[in-house]
Design a protein around this ligand. Sequence first.
Ligand SMILES: [Fe+2]
Length: 253
Amino acid sequence: MLETFQDQGYAVFPEFLEKAEIDTLKAAVDEHAAAQPQRHAYENEQIGALVWHPRVGELVDELMGGPYVFHHIHAARHDAGKNGVSWHQDYEQYPQTNRSHLMVHVFFYLNGLNGTIGDLLLVPGSHRYATDSRALTFLGTSDLPGSITVDDVPPGSVLIVHSAMWHARRPKPGGEDSPRWFIDASYGRSGVKWPSYRAPGMLANLRERHVAAGGTRPWLFDETQFFDGARARATMGSLEGSVMLDLPQWQNS
Ligand SMILES: [Fe+2]
């Protein structure tokens, strides 16, 4: 698993979740999807608790090989006719220049993938190259050289992908009687500050719930390892020329 991930940037764990977990999480995602007004997925009791799922934690521990922090969790139910998502990557960095520290996305397919509604497309190896996420949108959801299609995994399967890997969701017909319940959670290796997620108070809230549930990983929710992501996005538009020239490495050499 580690070797595949190092080489290809992703790893598949078929039927990773147990039946009872799948059922609980499906109900939780339904509840989240129906909530009015809309709420953040982490606020849901079961979805939030998935952030520190012990067996998922073991996998992420192995891949990270050292300390790391939680970034965000999303949840959605994809019904028949759901739109696709063009090629993009989700590595959190402003501006996109390097891949020094690992960030992963853990994809949970509660009802698996079966070639209906939406297929997951990946370009193994593409995580090695720093690319602006929006730079790939024009590619739509067509096959790319070297891309693979994930359209056949059983219920409860988990995929872990390097967050910088190019990926897309290709819309497919069918699936009227069987939605895709999807959750994704993201974690980043410690050692650099990560852009904060757009939910102030999320880390403190999850840390509190985690500790109250007897959790032993409060370090997952460490605000000091983040900077203001909204400010970074706003500042991006004003960058000019080679940012390198502003860096201490350049100025001191
Ligand atoms: Fe994505």
